[in-house]
Design a protein. Structure first.
Length: 555
């Protein structure tokens, strides 16, 4: 039987039902190119997102902006190499004879700031904030998926940024802690963090972000070629998130549950982050990476001159230019300016100390914020009273006669509107949130937990809306006049919507049962939500519903 309550146009007024139950993991069906599958084999994370298939409610990755002209950088062949292949297989380091000319020609857009480029108080505050966030348990491994490969990252991570921001990479949506909030239960600081003791670590990260925005703008101005070139090609450096990585020292990381893998292309040794280019960024935007090193045993920062064991590796995609391997002293910052990320890959070669790297970026916002998905839900919930009226009218008139009161063209449009919003909400938001475990949900109790409950209420109402669609079709199916029976298009749309959800749930459950999650603590394993009960409008397993609807279509 259908519910009597009519959902209202506001999400907070949507139908509620109890949601208890233990986890069911997430992972919608996505298509993956062969290239993306190859990248997925490295668990370091960060490979460019492949296009996401519409079956899980997502959308393709935004195409490059046509407003900013761009082309690959010129290649560089080492003078000592007789072939392009030999040149491409080589690695240059600072101090090598051809390092500087190679960087100027093929790696324009890569810039390194020494520690003294930022004030001492900025270094002290940032180091204290990172240690406080570690003490609060905010860092965890992401479990990524591409193709049929599901694997945890070598590093532990946390996303911090503007309120309501998320970041989507390799079929995982991660949710930002707002750097405007004081939502950490633990706010311990190191003795070195004298200037940040009165601030939430998240607010300290925001101050670091503001500092790097200003510094990035200055570096962009200083590196224009020619110097009087227009700023239009610079792209944005208005960073709205930072993905902060916590990397163990090489010796400890090699013994961990997720041991590092060697970089095989150039023989550079164990990598904490494998070859990749950053995804889900606004076109031609700058990425700024600040890092600080700590001794593994006593939590003291290392002297920037003492430890240069951590390196960033860079390579082009032209099959001719040698790769670079650049040491990174503690408290240094490197930048990938303009369109550098579009034409180069980078990797992080593990060092001998513990490392924090704060990677500040301009993430896409079109479909990756809470405000966006809330609008989607509100628009869908707004049409549910109309669906309810159609279903009640069809039922009240008796089998077949209700067809006279149903506008099937309108019903088709409403089916698609509600179906698309329902699928996107479930697989791109709700299941993505609970896929990351109860500990993740608790860490986000200040902001995201309540927002996810709002979305769950809206999704629940949309489940009821889809039930009303099925009731319309069922009660109108036996009309005495053939012209009044539901058109084939209505059946096809309903079948598409329900089949897409059924397939996405199956893919999600398969992902959640992956052995990759066995390596995680129990509190970080997927939670089976949204939960289903006997009073749910539709069953969790939609295959029988799809089969029955298919039979109705044929009869």
């Amino acid at each position: 039987t259908s519910r009597s309550r009519t959902p209202r146009p506001g999400m907070s007024k949507a139908h509620k039902r109890p949601r208890d139950g233990a986890a069911r993991p997430a992972g919608a069906r996505d298509s993956a190119s062969k290239k993306a599958r190859r990248k997925a084999k490295s668990a370091g994370g960060g490979a460019r997102d492949e296009k996401r298939a519409p079956g899980d409610g997502s959308r393709p990755v935004e195409p490059p902006s046509a407003k900013i002209p761009s082309r690959p950088p010129p290649s560089y062949r080492l003078s000592t190499c007789d072939t392009d292949e030999a040149s491409a297989a080589s690695v240059l380091r600072p101090g090598d004879d051809e390092y500087e000319p190679c960087v100027r020609r093929a790696y324009a857009g890569f810039h390194v700031d020494p520690p003294e480029s930022l004030p001492r108080e900025t270094h002290d505050a940032a180091a204290g904030a990172f240690e406080s966030m570690r003490a609060a348990g905010l860092f965890h491994r992401d479990v990524l998926a591409a193709g049929n490969v599901v694997s945890p990252t070598f590093v532990r991570r946390v996303l911090v940024g503007d309120r309501g921001m998320t970041y989507h990479y390799q079929k995982l949506r991660i949710f930002a802690h707002s750097w405007h909030d004081d939502d950490l239960k633990t706010r311990e600081t190191t003795n070195e963090s004298r200037d940040s003791s009165h601030l939430s670590p998240l607010r300290v990260v925001r101050e670091l972000n503001e500092t790097l925005k200003k510094r990035s703008a200055r570096v962009l101005r200083q590196t224009r070629s020619p110097p009087n070139a227009s700023s239009k090609s610079d792209g944005s450096c208005d960073f709205n998130v930072t993905l902060i990585n916590l990397m163990d020292a090489k010796a400890a990381a090699l013994k961990s549950d997720v041991p590092l893998k060697d970089e095989s292309r150039y023989g550079m040794g164990p990598t904490s982050v494998s070859w990749h280019s950053d995804s889900s960024l606004q076109p031609h935007s700058t990425v700024a990476v600040y890092h600080v090193l700590f001794d593994e045993t006593d939590s003291k920062r290392t002297n920037s001159c003492d430890d240069q064991s951590w390196h960033v590796a860079l390579r082009t995609l032209d099959g001719r230019t040698p790769a670079l391997r650049v040491p990174l002293p503690s408290e240094s910052t490197y930048y990938m300016l303009r369109d550098f990320n579009a034409y180069h890959h980078h990797a992080v070669i593990a060092g001998n100390t513990r490392r924090y790297s704060s990677t500040h970026r301009v993430a896409v916002v079109e479909k990756d914020t809470f405000d966006y998905i809330k609008r989607v839900c509100v628009d869908a919930v707004r049409v549910l009273p109309e669906l309810k009226t159609m279903a009640e009218s069809a039922r009240r008139k008796g089998r077949g006669e209700g067809a006279k009161n149903v506008d099937f063209s309108r019903l088709a449009r409403l089916t698609q509107t509600v179906g698309d919003a329902h699928r996107e909400t479930e697989f791109q938001w709700l299941r993505m949130f609970w896929l990351q475990g109860e500990e993740h949900a608790q860490a986000h109790s200040h902001y995201w937990r309540g927002k996810i409950e709002e979305l769950t209420q809206a999704w629940d109402a949309m489940e009821l809306g889809l039930r009303w669609v099925l009731e319309c079709l069922r009660f109108c199916a036996d009309a005495s006049t053939p012209s009044l029976t539901p058109p084939t298009r209505n059946y096809d749309l309903a079948l598409y919507v329900l089949t897409a959800v059924a397939e996405a749930r199956e893919a999600y459950f398969k992902r959640a049962s992956s052995a990759a999650y066995a390596k995680l603590p129990e509190t970080q394993k997927p939670v089976r939500r949204p939960a289903f009960t006997e009073t749910s409008p539709l069953p969790e397993n939609l295959r029988p519903v799809v089969a029955a609807l298919g039979s109705d279509r044929k009869s």
